[in-house]
Design a protein around this ligand. Sequence first.
Ligand code: ADP
Length: 136
Amino acid sequence: MFKTILVPIDMAHVAEGKVNIDIAVKQAEAGAKIILLNVVEDIPTWAAVELPANLLETSLQTARHELQAIANASDMPMEAEVRAGHSYKTILDVADEKQADLIIIASHRPGLQDYFLGSTAAKVVRHAKCSVLVIR
Ligand code: ADP
């Protein structure tokens, strides 16, 4: 059983994220904290000049709204964190910052079953300081 569980959620694949949330609830000890995390990828400077100035802020606000709704739908209280950054680095940074003792992550995005581990999942497994549960 774990006391601080980080569940990174790709907002393009919320159904898989909800499966991982259910697993987190089962892995949580009494009084545990579950933190849902979505990382909105930073827009590279070379691309940003062609895009609306507030695109990143709008994306962050939309993700915050959607992730909070997912957190509110659970019977167990959950934190919803949305950060801008690089997905795997930000997942590892938030795990350290929140002193997570477990990260629950999907092995890859749906439809890519040929890959044993997706790029984000592979880097999280390799570099995390805490336990990682990979859901296939
Ligand atoms: P693929 O390489 O097949 O796209 P990934 O390794 O990127 O697969 O995704 C696997 C899992 O990593 C996702 O289901 C999710 O748990 C996590 N993840 C990927 N991208 C993000 C993101 N931007 N924010 C939060 N979690 C993410």
